[in-house]
Design a protein around this ligand. Structure first.
Ligand code: FAD
Length: 365
C-alpha cells in the first residue's frame, strides 16, 4: 500500500490549488479525482460538446477581480488572460408572456465582470501546470476514509474498477461537503453536527442547468443588443452573450425550470423552448443555431446529490466543519467551505489556500 503525507480528494479548482500550494511547500501528496478530467464544475467545451481549452463554459464563466482580489491576484500570477463580459448594447426584459419584451439602454457593469480567454478551463490548466502530473490520479473515485495508525487509510476505485488503498497523514476533502457526506464513507462516523452541516450545505449551482446556442456570427450585436436579457416568462431567466475571444458566437441562458421538471420535460422539449425564447428576445435568426448544448448539473452525480434537487441556494460559512476524532486528520477545502466567498471560484481559491496553510502548520508541529 502507498503512503503519502497528504491525500487530496477532488481535482476541481480547490483540489488543484491545494496541490499547487503543497507542491510549492515541498509536501508529498496524491490527488484523487473521480472524473477522467480535471476541473470539476469548471467545464469548457467546443461546439460539439467535447472538453476543450477554448470554448463555452458550461460551469462557471465569470470572476470579479476587484471584489475578489484573491482570485484576481492568482489569475495575474499564473499569467492567465481575461476579458470583460460583453455588455455593450441594449438589454431586454421579458416581464409577461402576454406583452412584448421591453428594450432598455444597457448600463455599464461596475465592477467589471471578467471571463477567461479560452474559457474557465484556462484557470484549471494554469493550476494544473504547477502540479506534478504523476501526483494526480484521474478516474479514481474515493469511497472511504478510515482513521487509524496515526493517519487515514483512504480507499478508492481506480479506472480499471480495482479497489486500492493509500495511507495518508492528512486528508484534504476538496469537494462539496454535501457530496462528501452522501458519497464517501467515514469510519468512525463524524459527529452528527458535522454530518448535518455538510448535508445541509447546498452545493452552489448544483441544481442549475445552462443552455447554449451557437451561431455563425453574433447577429444580436448588429441590432445593438448586448445579448443580455432577463425574463420572468422562461424557460430561461437570465441570458448573456457567450461569444469566445476567438470568435465563436454564442448566447447562453440559465434555465429557470427546476431539476425535477427538466427531467420530465426532456432535453428536446427544453431545447425547443429555449430556442423559441432566444428568437422572441433576439430575433428570428436565433431560431437556427449551428449547434446547441444543454448541461444539467443536477443530473451530474459528481456534483449534485438528490438533496440538491429540493434544497439549493447559497451556502453560508460555518465556524467549524470538522469536529471529534476527525478534527486532527481531515480538512475541508471545497468552495462551499470558504469563509468569505462560499460557492464561487474565488471561494475555491480561498478555502484551498486556508487548507494548505493548515496542513503545513500541522506537518510542522
Ligand atoms: C452552472 C454553474 C455556473 C457557475 N458560475 C460561476 C461563476 O460564474 N463564477 C464563480 O465564481 N463560480 C461559479 N460557479 C461555481 C464554481 O463552479 C465553483 O465554486 C467551483 O468550481 C468549485 O470548485 P471546487 O474545486 O470547490 O469544487 P468542484 O469543482 O465541485 O470539484 C470537486 C471535485 O471533486 C471530484 N469528486 C467528487 N467526488 C469524488 C470522489 N468520491 N472521489 C474523487 N473525486 C471526487 C469531482 O469530480 C470534482 O472534480 C458555477 C457553478 C456552476 C455549476
Amino acid at each position: 500500500m502507498d503512503n503519502t503525507q497528504v491525500a487530496v480528494v477532488g481535482g476541481g479548482v480547490s483540489g488543484l490549488n491545494v496541490a499547487r500550494l503543497l507542491t510549492a511547500g515541498g509536501v508529498s501528496f496524491e490527488l484523487f479525482e473521480a472524473r477522467d478530467r480535471l476541473g470539476g464544475r469548471v467545464l469548457t467545451v467546443d461546439g460539439s460538446g467535447a472538453v476543450s481549452e477554448d470554448g463555452y463554459d458550461l460551469g462557471p464563466s465569470w470572476f470579479w477581480p476587484r471584489l475578489q482580489p484573491g482570485i484576481g491576484g492568482l489569475v495575474e500570477e499564473l499569467g492567465i488572460a481575461s476579458f470583460p463580459q460583453s455588455s455593450d448594447g441594449d438589454v431586454i426584459f421579458e416581464r409577461m408572456s402576454r406583452e412584448p419584451a421591453q428594450r432598455y439602454a444597457g448600463i455599464r457593469q461596475e465592477p467589471e465582470t471578467m471571463r477567461f480567454v479560452g474559457g474557465s478551463a484556462a484557470l484549471v490548466a494554469g493550476l494544473a501546470g504547477k502540479v506534478p502530473h504523476d501526483r494526480v490520479r484521474l478516474s479514481s473515485t474515493v469511497m472511504g476514509l478510515q482513521l487509524g495508525g496515526g493517519g487515514v487509510r483512504l480507499t478508492y476505485r481506480d479506472g480499471s474498477g480495482s479497489e486500492r488503498s493509500v495511507n495518508a497523514e492528512y486528508v484534504v476533502a476538496a469537494l462539496p461537503p454535501r457530496l462528501l457526506e452522501a458519497t464517501i464513507g467515514l469510519a468512525p462516523a463524524v459527529p452528527p453536527q458535522n454530518a448535518l452541516l455538510w448535508r445541509g450545505t447546498p452545493t452552489w449551482m448544483a441544481a442549475q442547468a445552462k443552455f447554449f446556442a451557437l451561431y455563425d456570427s453574433p447577429f444580436w450585436l448588429g441590432a445593438a443588443l448586448s445579448g443580455t436579457a432577463q425574463s420572468m416568462v422562461g424557460p430561461m431567466l437570465e441570458m448573456h452573450d457567450a461569444t469566445t475571444q476567438s470568435g465563436g458566437a454564442a448566447l447562453f441562458g440559465f434555465v429557470g425550470v427546476g431539476p425535477v421538471e427538466r427531467q420530465s420535460m426532456g432535453e428536446q422539449a427544453l431545447t425547443d423552448a429555449c430556442l423559441a425564447q432566444f428568437a422572441r428576445i433576439f430575433g428570428p435568426e436565433a431560431q437556427t443555431p449551428t449547434a446547441t448544448i444543454l448541461k444539467d448539473w443536477a443530473t451530474d452525480p459528481l456534483t449534485a446529490t438528490t438533496d440538491d434537487t429540493t434544497s439549493s441556494g447559497h451556502p453560508s460559512s460555518a465556524p467549524s466543519w470538522v469536529n471529534g476524532p476527525w478534527a486532527d486528520r481531515l480538512v475541508l477545502a471545497g468552495s462551499e467551505a470558504s469563509p468569505h466567498e462560499a460557492g464561487y471560484l474565488a471561494g475555491a481559491i480561498e478555502a484551498s489556500a486556508l487548507a494548505a496553510t493548515d496542513i503545513r502548520r500541522r506537518l510542522d508541529r
